[in-house]
Design a protein around this ligand. Structure first.
Ligand SMILES: [Mg+2]
Length: 271
């Protein structure tokens, strides 16, 4: 015979289990097509779904594919990834990734022997490499909106983009090591003055050259424009040892650097 106390406890906990299994919630009744009646009659199936988790995985895969240059040209971030990109950019993910790139670049910069002629160069892109436009993109959906040149130029002309701190550290390190720093940006020549002021206010106070798009460069794809400028550097006798940029078009093409360092940027793509 089963002791009566044991039987009482068994029946008590079993009844609790059944009551939980048959309970219903408003969210279930809203989202489940079989409706609340089903759940009141039958226990809910033991299948656990985490739609936000699944979306996070898809967006993580999308971001990694973008950083690895496996995606084709894209104009906006996937709509379902808006929150993911926001959290990445404003949380620790972006900051830690930037620090990793800067650290690896610094290790390379320290490891490579420099000549005595002052012709060892390190190229930096500007936007999302030295200066952050995150305040602008935060107000424009973190890349969900199609890029608007006029609105972005209005932001550039404010000249208030903050420094990307790990890049500022790398910039100071390569200068101290004896590299010549060359800034190569897709910004237009008409923004030279505001760009110089913005750079200086953000802590970037010294460079060998600041190259912006002139009238002949307008309309060129970034990868061609930047390749041509690197080719001119080589003709001027520079040895391009390092190149830091947030776009593959900063780094690929011809006259590429000995080592290229891709900074993260899941907000936009420039071919
Ligand atoms: Mg850039």
């Amino acid at each position: 015979m089963v002791p009566s106390a044991f039987l009482f406890h068994f029946l008590f906990f079993f009844s609790l289990l059944i009551s939980f299994s048959f309970s219903d919630s408003d969210s279930d009744s809203d989202s489940n097509s079989v409706g609340p009646t089903f759940h009141r009659v039958f226990p809910r199936p033991l299948i656990v779904e985490y739609p936000e988790f699944e979306a996070g995985l898809r967006c993580g895969a999308w971001r990694v594919a973008g950083e690895a240059n496996n995606l084709g040209a894209w104009r906006t971030i996937p709509e379902e990834c808006t929150e993911y990109v926001k959290e990445y950019m404003t949380g620790k993910g972006y900051a830690v990734d930037l620090e990793m790139v800067s650290k690896e670049a610094e290790e390379f910069a320290r490891s490579v022997p420099l000549g005595s002629d002052g012709k060892d160069a390190w190229i930096f892109d500007i936007d999302e490499t030295l200066l952050s436009n995150l305040p602008y993109y935060a107000a424009h959906g973190y890349g969900l909106e199609v890029f608007d040149h006029e609105k972005f130029n209005n932001w550039v002309e404010k000249g208030v983009a903050p420094a990307i701190e790990p890049s500022l550290k790398l910039y100071e390190d390569v200068l101290n090591l004896g590299f010549k720093v060359i800034l190569l940006t897709g910004r237009s020549e008409r923004h030279r003055s505001v760009t110089v002021d913005n750079l200086i206010n953000a802590g970037f106070k010294e460079w060998d050259q600041l190259i912006l798009r002139n009238s002949d460069d307008q309309g060129k794809r970034a990868v061609l424009y930047k390749s041509e400028k690197r080719s001119e550097m080589e003709k001027d006798g520079y040895r391009i040892l390092g190149n830091s940029g947030d776009q593959w078009s900063d780094l690929l093409g011809s006259s590429v650097s000995v080592r290229s360092f891709k900074l993260p940027n899941p907000m936009y793509y420039i071919p």
